[in-house]
Design a protein around this ligand. Structure first.
Ligand code: G3I
Length: 323
């Protein structure tokens, strides 16, 4: 049967992609074989390797060994690359998060980080998540060192500095729980407007899509919320899609519901002209961040722990083929 990326491209998307888990790619050849199949995954994103703690754990000392795993794998297989992430409160080394900064000194820190890391990957990234998770789940601005130092001025500042570091990549704001179209989504719309009003460049909004089986919005609701951002002149994408079971083991009917939920998300994207692609956050239940974070939950992906295709794989392939 045709791979998901081939079907996605035929349906008008730019790609169907996956995150790459750096610790698995060299030790698990069955995992590597599926991940490297371009007909299945047309684009890769590093799960952790390009984050600030991985690339500049010590100020001014840059390391690309982990990030390069994904960039080199994509290059070797002829796959595209998404790049993740620059200005984020998490996986941020203490020297940044606990430093004492003025606006000037923190600007230089962000600029140096971007010029080095985005410079290293220049010309390779379809898009960069420039700012990640700047809004809290209740709709307030997320408190972090950047907000403390600049107020919301760090938002346009980050996009301007990113443009200077890599002029040809798409510049994204990326966040989760935007799918529910509540207060958090309203704030993300405001974020885009703040950046645009300041005259700074922003090209896209990434919907991470960390969702829950049985609580995932329907296809038309997904399309509606995506259109709030395409109406602002931006493209949108699902960037970290996974749909977890809130209790395990999943029954066979829960696996069917999971497949329907995936189909609604992918279908909602297909229904919006500016929705350009879907990336799943690792493709197999064998490697997922969820059980570490949400104890007792998981099995959120489209391949099972033995790397067999789940009902969700078939649901996605059907919704893509039907377009
Ligand atoms: O690198 C250390 C390793 O040296 C150590 O031996 C090991 C022991 O636990 O930990 C390793 O660090 C882990 C890191 O991933 C790299 O594997 C951390 O413990 C672990 O907490 C970290 O989790 C990542 C998480 O982001 C951190 O915030 C997940 O793999 C990753 O999937 C997750 O991804 C985020 C996106 O970037 C942004 N959106 C939400 C998404 C899910 O949380």
């Amino acid at each position: 049967s045709a791979g998901l990326n081939d079907l996605a491209v035929r349906a008008g998307l730019k790609y169907f992609g996956t995150a790459l888990r750096e610790s698995a790619i060299n030790s698990d050849s069955a995992y590597a074989a599926i991940l490297s199949d371009k007909s299945e995954f047309g684009q890769l994103v590093p799960e952790n390797g390009q984050k600030w703690d991985a690339t500049e754990a010590t100020q001014g000392q840059f390391t690309y060994s982990s990030g390069d795993i994904t960039a080199n794998t994509a290059k070797k297989n002829g796959q595209g690359l998404r790049c993740h992430t620059m200005v984020w409160y998490s996986q941020l080394p203490n020297w940044v998060s606990s430093g004492t900064w003025t606006k000037d000194s923190l600007t230089k820190v962000i600029q140096t980080h971007m010029n080095n890391v985005m410079g290293h990957y220049k010309g390779q990234c379809y898009a960069w998540d420039v700012v990640n998770e700047a809004v809290a789940d209740d709709g307030n601005w997320r408190d972090n060192v950047f907000l403390k130092t600049f107020g919301t001025d760090y938002l346009p500042l980050s996009f301007n500095l990113a443009k200077a570091a890599d002029p040809d990549t798409k510049l994204y704001y990326n966040d989760y729980n935007l799918e529910y179209n509540g207060a958090k989504t309203d704030r993300a719309v405001e974020l885009v407007k703040i950046v645009q009003a300041a005259g700074a460049p922003i090209d896209g909004v990434g919907f991470q899509g960390h969702l829950i089986v049985g609580s995932t919005p329907g296809r038309s609701s997904i399309a509606t919320v995506l259109k709030r951002f395409t109406a602002l002149g931006l493209e949108v994408a699902f960037t970290e899609l996974d749909i977890r079971h809130s209790s395990l083991p999943a029954s066979s009917s829960a696996l069917v519901t999971q497949g329907n939920d995936y189909a609604n998300v992918v279908g909602g994207c297909l229904d919006v002209a500016g929705c350009i692609g879907v990336t799943i956050w690792s493709f197999t239940d064998k490697y997922s961040w969820i059980p570490e974070t949400f104890s007792g939950q998981g099995d959120a992906l489209i391949y099972d722990k033995n790397l067999g295709k789940k009902p969700a794989w078939t649901s996605i392939s059907s919704v893509l083929a039907a377009k």
